[in-house]
Structures are given as structure tokens and as C-alpha cells.
Design a protein around this ligand. Structure first.
Ligand code: G4P
Ligand code: NA
Ligand code: NA
Length: 190
């Protein structure tokens, strides 16, 4: 998606350890126009899928997920993060390990917001090691929900996320694919 790549080129800051900072339009300040364009692009790419809900994780997944829900006219559920959980009877939960932060969070969604009739589209801001998406897929499996697609705003193709997700045989779309952040430079795939 050219509009997105242009913004990454103009405003992205490469941090140590292969981290791309995009907090001027995605991770802190949010550009609603750009996010709506992102939402419409996901709606187009998954137009042939019978999607009833969008599923994401707080916090940075929410902006692109809500705009996708707006474009597809479906509700958006974001999984919440917790350090630990004691009362889980009314929740579907999964453990998500972050390689970046070396911590494990539990993520959860309330059972009352999903039913086995739902067909969801998973949206997230970054695909790095794929652990957040794996957590959402595990929740979907527990909830007996079908996952129709996975939409990622920015994929780092040099990390192992895509490989992990491809094993599930679910349509995966990334709007910007970064093949390298070496020497402080952003390189896109192709
Ligand atoms: P994974 O989900 O793909 O396994 O990612 P990983 O554990 O490596 O990353 C942990 C957090 O860092 C995630 O956000 C993920 O979206 C984010 N992240 C990974 N790579 C980058 C990057 O290059 N740039 C930026 N800006 N973020 C990156 P999170 O902890 O869930 O936080 P948030 O959603 O509350 O922001
Ligand atoms: Na995220
Ligand atoms: Na993030």
C-alpha cells in the first residue's frame, strides 16, 4: 500500500534491535485518514469472506481494527492484556509471550461477545514473531470461531511471524512489508 509505505519512509524511525518506531501515525498519535485508508484496503482484500466481526489486541491494534470494522460494517472486539488473571470463567484466554519485552501477558475476551456462528478477521498493527496473532488464533479455537483472514498493517518479513502463521492456512495480508531495518534504513520487500 503506497500511501502507508510513503508515511513509513517519511516518519518511521529505526531503533536498535530491529524496531521501527511509527508513533506519529500508528502507535501513539493516530492518523485517522491513514487508518481509514488502511481499513478500506483490508475490507477490499477480504471482501469475498463472510466476516461478522473483527478481532484484535489492545492497544495498538485498535485503531486499524476499528477502521476496518467501519469499512466492513461489523463490530470490533479487542482482547485485553493482563499480567495475570484469577477469575476466568467468563473469558476465553491465551498466553502471549513477547520476545521484544521478554514478558508473558494473558490476553482475554469475554465469552458473551462471541458465538460459534462468528467468522472473524484478525487485525494487528505489527507482525514480528507472530505471538499476538497466535494468541488470538488460540482464543478463536477455544471459542469455536472460524478465522477468515489475518490483516497486518506492517510486517517485518525478516522475523518469523509469517512462517508461524502460514502453518494455519489462513489468508494473510500485510499492507507494508519490511525486509530489513539494517543500518538504520527501511527496506521494503520488492
Ligand atoms: P509478535 O506479537 O509479532 O510476537 O511481536 P513481539 O512479541 O516481537 O512484539 C511485542 C510488541 O511489540 C507488540 O506490541 C508488537 O506489535 C510490537 N512490535 C514488534 N515489532 C515492532 C516494531 O518494529 N515496531 C513497533 N512500533 N512495534 C513493534 P504490544 O506489546 O502488543 O504493544 P501495543 O499493541 O500495546 O503497542
Ligand atoms: Na500490537
Ligand atoms: Na505495538
Amino acid at each position: 500500500m503506497k500511501l502507508l509505505e510513503d508515511r513509513i519512509r517519511q516518519e518511521g524511525i529505526v531503533l536498535p534491535h530491529n524496531v521501527l518506531k511509527v508513533d506519529s501515525f500508528l502507535n501513539h498519535q493516530v492518523d485517522p485518514e491513514l487508518m481509514f485508508a488502511v481499513g478500506k484496503e483490508f475490507a477490499k482484500r477480504f471482501a469475498d469472506k463472510p466476516i461478522t466481526k473483527i478481532l484484535t489486541v489492545e492497544s495498538s491494534g485498535i485503531a486499524p481494527a476499528v477502521m476496518t470494522g467501519l469499512a466492513m460494517h461489523v463490530p470490533v472486539i479487542f482482547a485485553r492484556k493482563h499480567k495475570s488473571l484469577t477469575l476466568t470463567d467468563n473469558l476465553y484466554t491465551a498466553d502471549v509471550y513477547s520476545y521484544t519485552k521478554q514478558t508473558t501477558n494473558k490476553i482475554s475476551i469475554a465469552k458473551r461477545f462471541v458465538s460459534p456462528n462468528d467468522s472473524v478477521l484478525i487485525i494487528d498493527d505489527f507482525l514480528a514473531n507472530g505471538q499476538a496473532v497466535e494468541g488470538l488464533l488460540s482464543i478463536a479455537e477455544d471459542a469455536d470461531i472460524s478465522v477468515q483472514g489475518i490483516g497486518i498493517v506492517i510486517e517485518k518479513t525478516f522475523q518469523k511471524g509469517r512462517k508461524i502463521i502460514t502453518a494455519h492456512d489462513i489468508q494473510l495480508e500485510a499492507l507494508a512489508q519490511i525486509s530489513s531495518l539494517e543500518n538504520g534504513q527501511v527496506h521494503f520487500l520488492n
